[in-house]
Design a protein. Structure first.
Length: 154
């Protein structure tokens, strides 16, 4: 059975352009990665958990922003590793430099026996559609395209 994640894609209209909020994964594996490494704020669901509730929880945990608006269901996508991502879009705004993420612990460096704590996301930012499609992890581009196709900038 494939792993399942749920997340939210915040978008805004800014200076006549559509922008998407993406998150950069924290931790040592992503430290020097940029294009193709960003993601929507998301996380794996708990057994029996409502997907939209999980998406809202994960967004709050990873950005410290509480979305309080209506959500638009997007078509689920399948990432290269087989994980299925369920996502919802919503219009909102925040100061990406003020986002605060929860943390995770892992052994680092490998085989050192030392446990280190890292933020799940180390930064977030808004990107226009072209940049968002370049920055986002393979398999999630369709989420950007779907929101781009539904938002009217006029």
């Amino acid at each position: 059975m494939p792993r399942i994640s749920a997340g939210l894609l915040m978008y805004r209209r800014h200076d006549g352009k559509l922008q998407m909020l993406l998150a950069h994964p924290g931790g040592p594996f992503f430290k020097n990665k940029d294009d193709g490494a960003w993601t929507i704020p998301k996380g794996e669901i708990e057994p029996g958990e409502d997907l939209l509730e999980a998406a809202q929880r994960e967004f709050k945990e990873e950005t410290d922003v509480t979305p309080t608006v209506s959500f638009i269901a997007l078509t689920p996508v399948k990432q290269k590793g087989g994980k299925i991502v369920h996502a919802w879009a919503f219009e909102g705004d925040c100061d990406p430099s003020a986002t605060v993420s929860n943390t995770f612990t892992m052994e680092w460096p490998p085989k050192s026996g030392r446990q280190m704590e890292f933020p799940e996301i180390d930064r977030a930012d808004f990107f226009d559609v072209a940049a968002a499609k370049r920055k986002i992890k393979a398999g999630q581009e369709a989420l950007i395209e779907e929101v781009d196709g539904m938002v009217d900038l006029t």
